[in-house]
Design a protein around this ligand. Structure first.
Ligand SMILES: Nc1ncnc2c1ncn2[C@@H]1O[C@H](COP(=O)(O)OP(=O)(O)OP(=O)(O)O)[C@@H](O)[C@H]1O
Ligand SMILES: [Mg+2]
Length: 381
C-alpha cells in the first residue's frame, strides 16, 4: 500500500530536485531550461513536455537523455521502467498548443524489493483487485500466468537459473491447484513437466518432492535416448493440447487445470541433437508456444543463450511474454536476444540496484514494453 502523505512529500521534494537537475544537466551556457521544459511527477509516471518553439527536438535521443537523468535522480524513491516502444507521446488536453504534447515515462513508486523465502516449500500467490491470481516475483511485482503464458530466462552459468525455476515452479503448481479449486477442469494432467539435460541436483530433488514428470539424461546410456524422450515428451504435451482443444469445442467456456512445461538449459538439449531431431524439436516447441496458451498450457525456457535456431526459433522467441535476464551487468551482447529493443543509451542507464544479498540472481525483466530491474527471490536453503 502506498503511504499517501509520503508520496505527496516525495512528489514535492523530487519535483524540485528534477527541475534543478534538468537545469544543470541540459542547459548549455546561459540558456536556462526553466521555461523550456515542463513536467509533472506522479506515482506511476512522469509526464514531460517542451514549451515550443524550443531549441530542443522532441525525438528518441531527447527521450533517452531524459530517461538517463531521471533513472538516477529519482532513485531510490522511484524506479524508472524503461520503455522500449519508441516515443510515447500523449496529448495534453486544454493546454495551449505550444505545450499540447508530452512524453510519458512509466515509473514504479519505490524500489522493487527482493523477497526471501525459507525454502522451496514456500509459495507466494497473490490476488489482484480484479480477482486475477498471480505469483509474486518481488515486493511490488507479480506475474500473472493467465495474462503472460510463456516465460524465457537467460543467464550464464551459476547465475541462479535452476534455483529460480524451482521457486517459480513450486508456485506454478500451487497456482494450478488453486485454479482447480476454483472450478478449472481437472483432466488429471501433471501440472509440472521438467526437462533437465543437466540433471541439476536441486531441481531433481525438487521434481521428486513435487511429483513432477521429470525428464533427464541417463549419462551411462547414449545421448539419443534422452533426445528421443525429450521429443516424445513434447509430443505428449501436444497430444494433451489437442485433446483439450477437442473438449473445448463442446465446452466453450471451460478453463483447464494449468500445466507448466519447463525446459532448463535449452541449449544443452539442442547441442547434442542431429539436425533431424533438432528440427522436430523446434517444430514441436513452436507449435506448443503458438497454440497452448488458450488451453492453460505454459512453457518456460531457460538457456545461456537465446540465439535464433540454437535454443529456440525466432518465432518461438517472440512468444515468450515474460523475459528475464540474470546478469551482474547488462551489455549489448547479453541483452540482444531477449531484449533486442533496448538501445545502447538505455542499456547504459539501467540501474541494477544491489541489496544485502549482493548480485545473486539480479538482472532485468520485461513483460512487453517496459524493462524493470529484477531480483530473484532469495532462497534460504
Ligand atoms: N535465488 C537464490 N537464492 C539462494 N541461493 C541461490 C539463488 N540463486 C543461486 N543461488 C546459489 O547459487 C548456486 C548456483 O545457482 P543455480 O544452480 O541456480 O544457477 P544456474 O544458472 O542454474 O547454473 P548452472 O549453469 O550450473 O545450471 C546455487 O546452487 C545456489 O547455491
Ligand atoms: Mg542450472
Amino acid at each position: 500500500m502506498i503511504n499517501n502523505d509520503r508520496l505527496k512529500r516525495d512528489i514535492e521534494r523530487y519535483s524540485s530536485l528534477l527541475r534543478s537537475s534538468f537545469n544543470a544537466k541540459l542547459s548549455n551556457g546561459d540558456s536556462s531550461y526553466n521555461n523550456a521544459i515542463g513536467f509533472k511527477l506522479q506515482a506511476d509516471k512522469l509526464i514531460l513536455w517542451l514549451n515550443e518553439p524550443s531549441e530542443t527536438i522532441l525525438n528518441a535521443d531527447f527521450k533517452a537523455t531524459i530517461e538517463q537523468i531521471i533513472t538516477t535522480v529519482l532513485f531510490p524513491a522511484w524506479t524508472v521502467l524503461h520503455s522500449t516502444s519508441g516515443l510515447n507521446l500523449i496529448a495534453r488536453k486544454n493546454e495551449p498548443i505550444e505545450s499540447a504534447r508530452a512524453l510519458v515515462f512509466p515509473l514504479h513508486y519505490g524500489l522493487y524489493k527482493r523477497i526471501v523465502v525459507n525454502s522451496h516449500e514456500d509459495t507466494n500467490l497473490v490476488e489482484n483487485n480484479q480477482g486475477l491470481v498471480g505469483i509474486q516475483l518481488m515486493e511490488g511485482k507479480n506475474y500473472f500466468p493467465s495474462r503472460t503464458p510463456h516465460v524465457g530466462i537467460m543467464a550464464s552459468t551459476r547465475s541462479g537459473k535452476s534455483t529460480f525455476i524451482a521457486y517459480f515452479l513450486k508456485n506454478c503448481k500451487s497456482y494450478s491447484e488453486l485454479a482447480v479449486k476454483r472450478g478449472a477442469y481437472d483432466d488429471h494432467a501433471n501440472p509440472l513437466i521438467i526437462i533437465d539435460p543437466k540433471l541439476d541436483a536441486n531441481l531433481s530433488k525438487f521434481a521428486k518432492r513435487e511429483n513432477a514428470e521429470y525428464i533427464y539424461p541417463n549419462f551411462s546410456a547414449n545421448t539419443n535416448s534422452f533426445i528421443e524422450t525429450t521429443n516424445s515428451t513434447l509430443k505428449e504435451v501436444i497430444d494433451l493440447m489437442h485433446s483439450r482443444a477437442d473438449y473445448l469445442k463442446n465446452n466453450p467456456n471451460v478453463k483447464f487445470k494449468d500445466v507448466f512445461l519447463a525446459i532448463d538449459e535449452a541449449l544443452a538439449i539442442t547441442s547434442g541433437m542431429s539436425s533431424k531431431s533438432k528440427s522436430a524439436y523446434m517444430a514441436q516447441l513452436d507449435q506448443l508456444l503458438l497454440m497452448s496458451a488458450a488451453l492453460q498450457i505454459h512453457v518456460l525456457v531457460s538457456s545461456q543463450s537465446f540465439m535464433i535456431n540454437q535454443a529456440i526459433s525466432s518465432f518461438g522467441r517472440l512468444q515468450l511474454g515474460l523475459r528475464i535476464l540474470l546478469t551482474k551487468k547488462v551489455t549489448k551482447e547479453n541483452a540482444q536476444y531477449l531484449f533486442s529493443d533496448l538501445d545502447d543509451k538505455t542499456i547504459n542507464s539501467l540501474v541494477l540496484d544491489q541489496d544485502n544479498y549482493g548480485s545473486l540472481g539480479i538482472g532485468i525483466a520485461t513483460e512487453g514494453a517496459e524493462v524493470y530491474p529484477f531480483k530473484a527471490p532469495y532462497i534460504n536453503f
